[in-house]
Design a protein around this ligand. Structure first.
Ligand SMILES: *Cc1c(COP(=O)(O)O)cnc(C)c1O
Length: 361
């Protein structure tokens, strides 16, 4: 079976380095908010090109904390793509704000910037973009609208560590960006993890304090905060893996290019990209009419696949109030999409086999 993502193989490449870093932590006996967090935050901020980075417990918390720190409240509207992993929308709801869904572009699967302006009202406070499947959103139009209406722009970069738009990395394309380090992401730790990157000093300080019991110094609480911290072991693991992220993303690009040049099957719609650097291929999502049949065919032929995602957020039970609404482009994507394996540890034989099997469908 060609695995969708062989996490064991991915992480074992760095086993010696990771062992050493964890041993150092054990020797020191310091597990939270220490040197490893400082080192990783500094290196990840540098990688993204931002002034600040703060490690938090997971990607959902990262989005949550940004929304809370900007002070968006009950009834404030926040623009978000209708086609995303539900976390982006949950973070808006959790703060009592209203998610205003905007349809994606069928060619990129990312929010369609041309449909944003018509959704803006006097209550709109921010636009959250999601660099879905690893592809940076075309930000020009988003920035233009945000400037015109005085809105904050927030990135959900959970799937796009390292992607580049106009010579800037994802994470540095907005007022503040959320990352997830869930094990399967392009930069993943060995448990839960996330971070916020920003150039906004005030936001940085606020997120840092809120995530640590609302405390700016020990036993001094200025916000009714939460506990959302990245532990030292995860920070160390991430700092090791960060060094190889560009190389891993390059491998993903090569595989994706090979797929796009060699998969020739009229039943399969291949993903599109604006330019090679804008995409880090967190997943290689194709579309096909009889998706479930195609998935079974691939499984029967030894290829593991995942569907990102089978049900759009507005059709989920959690958002009953939206179940009757219609977002036809999102629905079309969710009912036809399927992700085939792409990962930095795939062998040439595996890559060729995927192409062969898909072409024979
Ligand atoms: C993974 C993911 C998240 C959530 O990250 P967690 O670390 O699992 O909380 C948020 N948004 C998107 C687009 C994601 O893919």
């Amino acid at each position: 079976m060609i695995k969708f993502l062989d996490l064991e193989k991915i992480n074992n490449r760095f086993r010696d380095e990771i062992d050493l870093r964890i041993k150092t932590i054990l020797d020191k006996g310091w597990y939270l908010q220490g040197e490893e967090n400082e080192i990783f935050a500094r290196n990840f901020a540098k990688f993204c090109g931002t002034k600040y980075c703060i490690g938090v417990a997971n990607g959902l918390d990262a989005i949550n904390l940004i929304i809370r720190a900007y002070g968006f409240k009950e009834g404030d509207e926040i623009i978000v793509p209708s086609n995303t992993y539900i976390a982006t929308i949950l973070a808006i709801s959790e703060n009592g704000c209203i998610p205003v869904l905007v349809e994606p572009d069928i060619n990129t699967y990312n929010i369609n910037p041309d449909l944003i302006e018509e959704k803006i009202t006097p209550k709109t406070k921010a636009i959250i973009v999601v660099h879905l499947y690893g592809q940076a959103v075309q930000m020009d139009k988003v920035w233009e609208i945000a400037k015109k209406y005085n809105l904050k722009v927030i990135e959900d970069s959970a799937q796009a560590h390292g992607a580049v738009y106009k010579n800037k990395r994802v994470g540095n394309l907005s007022d503040a960006s959320a990352f997830s380090f869930y094990p399967g992401k392009n930069l993943g730790c060995m448990g839960d993890g996330g971070c916020v990157t920003t150039n906004d000093e005030e936001l940085f300080k606020k997120v840092k304090a809120i995530a640590n019991y609302g405390s700016d110094r020990k036993y001094h609480h200025i916000y009714k905060g939460v506990n959302s911290r990245l532990d030292e072991i995860q920070a160390a693991v991430l700092d090791v893996k960060l060094k190889y992220l560009d190389e891993d993303n390059k491998k993903r690009r090569e595989i994706s290019k090979y797929y796009r040049e060699n998969i020739r099957n009229p039943k399969i719609i291949l993903p599109k990209t604006y330019d090679e650097n804008s995409h880090v291929w967190h997943v290689f999502a194709v579309r096909t009419e009889n998706r479930d049949e195609f998935q079974k065919y691939l499984t029967d032929n030894g290829i593991q696949t995942i569907i990102h995602y089978p049900t759009p957020p507005h059709k989920q039970e959690a958002y009953r109030e939206w179940n009757n609404l219609s977002y036809p482009i999102s629905e079309e994507i969710h009912s036809t999409i399927i992700s085939i394996p792409v990962s930095p540890v795939m062998t040439n034989d595996e890559i060729e086999k995927v192409v062969e099997v898909v072409n024979e469908y």
